[in-house]
Design a protein around this ligand. Structure first.
Ligand code: NAP
Length: 255
């Protein structure tokens, strides 16, 4: 459902970078923050048409943004892209480290390149973005960083050792960075979704719908908007005393 801008303002004048905002959870977050008045940089890796669709919805809601392609796992590319953003807008107030991939397979057969790819995108990608953005936030003594972790990091799951390790790393990164940046009035938190209906989980949900759903107390899969609402809260004025936390959005799947 499209929410009219007038109903949910609060981020006017803020500049937000959402990584992996062409699809899924990142798109829902970008649209939500855009509708609340933020200028949104919509990062993506390959899918320009999908990123443009995110931008179209944000504009339809009366806000502005810009698509920006860069590979979060590439240190230099990320530093340059974020430097350009800060140059254009003067500041970056909100960073949502959402870009991610999952690689499924049992460890004894896992290829080294698959391990590297998932760690480089999910964990190093967050480092790369935090590294670049934090200097602008420190200068302004204000900022919000939200990192996407996963129920898999907290509960573990067979066949996702690399993914779980990358997302568990995000929790450690979040807590430590929260301590580093607290004195500069920068809040750093993580959101830990359960099973959310996106391209990442489409195959799993299609094949194991019945066996999974009975393990979810709220008896449904999550929607990207369920996660976007929590991210929107964490970047709002109301969440100014929350830092270093992991907020679960999982329908009770892991308590
Ligand atoms: P998704 O639908 O597969 O979308 C992934 C997004 O990440 C796309 O926008 C993709 O861009 C982007 N991306 C991938 N690699 C990138 C890279 N190297 N550089 C920049 N962008 C990159 O995923 P999702 O389900 O929305 O998941 C979003 C986040 O939530 C991930 O971190 C995921 O681990 C986490 N999460 C998801 C679930 C779930 O159930 N879906 C549960 C827990 C946690 P392109 O479109 O250009 O490929």
């Amino acid at each position: 459902m499209l929410i009219g801008r007038s109903e949910t303002m609060g981020l006017e004048g803020k500049v937000a970078l959402i990584t992996g905002a062409s699809r899924g959870i990142g798109r829902a977050v970008a649209i939500r923050l855009g509708l609340q008045g933020a200028f949104v940089y919509i990062n993506y890796a390959q899918n320009e048409a999908a990123a443009l669709e995110t931008l179209r919805v944000i504009r339809e809601g009366g806000s502005e943004g810009k698509i920006c392609r860069f590979d979060v796992s590439d240190f230099k590319e990320t530093q340059c892209a974020i430097k350009d953003m800060a140059g254009e807008k003067g500041h970056v107030d909100i960073l949502v480290n959402n870009a991610g991939i999952s690689v499924v397979g049992l460890l004894p057969r896992m290829e080294e390149k698959d391990w590297d790819r998932v760690i480089d995108t999910n964990l190093k990608g967050a480092f790369n973005c935090c590294r670049a953005v934090s200097r602008y936030m420190i200068k302004r003594r204000s900022g919000r960083i939200v990192n996407l972790t996963s129920v898999v990091a907290e509960a573990g799951v067979a066949g996702q050792v690399g993914y779980a390790a990358s997302k568990a790393g995000i929790i450690g990164l979040t807590k430590s960075l929260a301590l580093e940046l607290a004195s500069r009035n920068i809040c750093v938190n993580a959101v830990s979704p359960g099973l959310i209906e996106t391209d990442m989980t489409a195959h799993l949900i299609k094949e194991h719908q019945k066996s999974i759903i009975h393990r979810i107390p709220l008896a449904r899969f999550g929607k990207p908007e369920d996660v976007a609402g929590v991210v929107a809260f964490l970047v709002s004025e109301d969440a100014g005393y929350i830092t270093g936390q992991v907020i679960r959005v999982n329908g009770g799947l892991y308590i």
